[in-house]
Design a protein around this ligand. Sequence first.
Ligand code: ADP
Length: 475
Amino acid sequence: MHSNLIDGIWRNSQTALRNDNPSDLDDVVGEYASGSPDDMREAVAAARAAFPAWSRTTPQQRSDILDTAGSEILARRQVLGTLLAREEGKTLPEAIGEVTRAGQIFKFFAGEALRMQGELMDSVRPGVEVLVSREPVGVVGLITPWNFPIAIPAWKTAPALAFGNTVVLKPAELVPGSAWALADILQRAGLPAGVFNLVMGSGHVLGPAMLDAGIDALSFTGSQRTGQSLAKACAVRGIKVQLEMGGKNPLVVADDADLEQAVECALNGAFYATGQRCTASSRLIVCNSIHDAFVTRLAERTAALRVGHALAVESQIGPVASEAQLANNLSHVAGGQAEGARLVYGGERLKRTTRGYYQAPALFADCTPDMRLCREEIFGPVAAVLRAESYEHALALANDTPYGLAAGLCTRSLARATHFRRHAEAGMVMVNLPTAGVDYHVPFGGRKTSSHGPREQGRYAIEFYTTVKTAYLGS
Ligand code: ADP
């Protein structure tokens, strides 16, 4: 059994999680500890005990450890990518790309550890100076989802450690392998006992235990339902909270768009990584004059996508990550048809030589904004095309959602690109690019119900992982 890491010690638990390969259910990736509330309490206590010394380490000490971890992740990207592809189901190139990103994130925050800055200014009162400085928040709990098994743990853990916090990570039940590998790498990179703790297991059991054990801050990525209930629980306990909860991201195709480029953006944004990205383009809003040509060409390209085993070189789309997710996708496909949307291509479960959760990407047309297909995050390879009368109509449709993570536009007009950048109600805007696929050195996050709290990643990550102190210095 792969153990939990608590206070620098690898500890087994009474029960185990079986990590299955969604490409091949006869391939068991491994057995992983499933922690108890006591394990969580001990992990939080260990992080609490380790905090004073870790928060007083020099930036150089923290930077060196993060840099060492980043180097190992990058050096082992092939092996770690294979593990990730086996447990989550994204294709091997996608998985290696994700691991590479995780390594680069550790390298980036190795630099950021050296750049924790403050401000010194004169007071409005004579003879007084004001010093604004940043301090770590304390013990940070991290709860992560299954769709990015190493990148999301990395983009939360690296800034937390860089700025002097101690960490308890609770990864998703479905993908403990990549989080375990990360814990192993961090441990060997030289982190003192208790600075980083890993407790794998059920969110329903470990989430409440984590909050009750007395963490200072919680960073969560996952479903809206879980995120919102955690936010309430954090509010009454005085826990600083940051939430990322997905999207229903629009890609607007203006009538002056380059057709092939727009189709490529839609194909990538909607279906790559099996549509299991919170930034996926699930609403394709296409202006009238280009609509029919776009739907015809996208259907051809979708039909030509090769769905298969994540490790097979010819696969372009891996399996859905789990049985529950596949059932959810299939029910949305059936629901879309029942609502009157036109299924142009796909949607059905596929058989392959191995037993896995394969699904043909589903393309719907003739959708209306009130359909569930256009309102609910599906988190699978299901895209809905909406017809727009004009660019202005398309923009209104794009913003007609409670979510606000990413929004894309395909156009050849600079004026439209600028207008869209200013008026799209989203945290991230992409022009002539897929809505999914973001850089690691700039802020990530959304508006409305997609996100809560400060942005993640890039220099903005410091807002969540530090707290500001204002000191008045008299003479
Ligand atoms: P998904 O539907 O994508 O699995 P969830 O929000 O259920 O989204 O899961 C995201 C993460 O939240 C996972 O690590 C999961 O274990 C955890 N989780 C689920 N329920 C709870 C809960 N009640 N409290 C804390 N964490 C939870």
